[in-house]
Design a binder for this molecule. Structure first.
Ligand code: 5GP
Ligand code: MN
Ligand code: MN
Ligand code: MN
Length: 303
């Protein structure tokens, strides 16, 4: 079981942009050096619940995976059963229709009663802004990367849920399962101009500001917050979002924050108040070798 939440962090109503938005490494380095932020700097690894362990009575079991990158049929570990499957994006490599259909077919083979999926930066065709851009440059005869995506019918890209018929696809939305509040969003810090890329600072904060501040239990994002499971190799550099960490620790305070994206930083950690899970399935060599991670969440009375 995860250890108890010990640290109290004072809640605020509003987050303002940090002067260190573009310097997550520096933001994390400075946290323990200031009296006002010291208590937010804890990073402790937590042991996962063994996949053989029975679900405790009165709990809802979430099975968290991410970053399968169209390798879902090559997983080294089977996805274990549970009440709810959570997938935190990068389920395709390029957002091609055939990749999405195959992922959806694979989802049908899994036993979970509920399946909740968000997109990642690799699920290109799920970003309406990017698709509009691609179609516009095609109409104007210009060159653009990813132009192969313009062959996907608007009928699908305007309504991916009709293709992803074996799960609930969410984007900037909240969902309740067994009385447990879940929020999911694909936005991630700009890196190479892929899907749901957004500039650090105010643009990303505007997206995080859509997350309700009144008791989300499980937050799903594609990318990590600055300071927890966000280290890229080979230079051990932190690339998580500063505004996302401020939002999680100070405004939203979900019990669990689940994400993927940084393949080098699979694992579970805590700041003493929240539990962070990077459940990327592929490792840094892109081998689909990481196990799913369980969350056993106490089911609220009457749910
Ligand atoms: P993906 O392309 O699947 O979204 O991410 C794969 C890898 O790209 C990550 O494991 C990480 O090594 C690298 N990466 C992704 N986003 C960033 C970023 O914002 N900065 C840096 N330096 N590397 C990133
Ligand atoms: Mn990539
Ligand atoms: Mn990925
Ligand atoms: Mn990614």
């Amino acid at each position: 079981m995860f250890e108890q939440q010990k640290v109290h962090i004072e809640k605020v109503d509003e987050i303002t942009v940090s002067p260190l938005s573009n310097k997550p490494q520096e933001f994390v380095r400075l946290l323990p050096l200031h009296e006002e932020t010291k208590h937010r700097s804890i990073q402790r690894r937590i042991k996962p619940i063994s996949l053989d362990e029975d679900k405790p009575e009165g709990h809802t079991r979430f099975v968290c995976i991410s970053d399968t990158h169209a390798r879902h049929r090559d997983l080294i570990y089977n996805v274990p059963d549970g009440d709810v499957l959570l997938h935190c994006g990068d389920f395709t490599n390029l957002g091609k229709l055939e990749e999405v259909i195959d992922f959806n077919d694979w989802l049908a083979t899994l036993p979970h009663k509920h399946k909740i999926v968000i997109a990642g930066n690799h699920d290109l065709s799920f970003d309406p802004r990017l698709m509009e851009d691609i179609r516009k440059t095609k109409r104007e005869g210009g060159y653009r990367r990813f132009q192969f995506l313009d062959q996907i019918s608007e009928k699908y890209t305007d309504d991916w849920q009709s293709v992803l018929s074996n799960c609930t696809y969410i984007q900037d939305t909240e969902l309740k399962v067994n009385g447990i509040r879940i929020y999911g969003t694909a936005w991630n810090p700009w890196f190479g101009g892929w899907a749901f890329n957004m500039k650090r600072g105010q643009p990303l904060l505007d997206k995080w500001n859509k997350i309700p501040g009144d008791g989300i239990d499980i937050l799903m994002t594609h990318s990590p917050p600055a300071g927890q499971l966000d280290v890229v190799q080979p230079r051990s550099e932190r690339v998580g979002c500063v505004e996302l960490m401020n939002t999680v620790q100070l405004r939203v305070q979900p019990k669990y924050h689940v994400f993927g994206h940084i393949h080098e930083s699979y694992g579970i950690s805590t700041d003493g108040c929240h539990t962070f899970i990077n459940c990327t399935t592929v490792n840094k060599e892109l081998a689909p070798s990481n196990k799913a991670v369980y969350i056993d969440f106490p089911t609220p009375e009457g749910a």
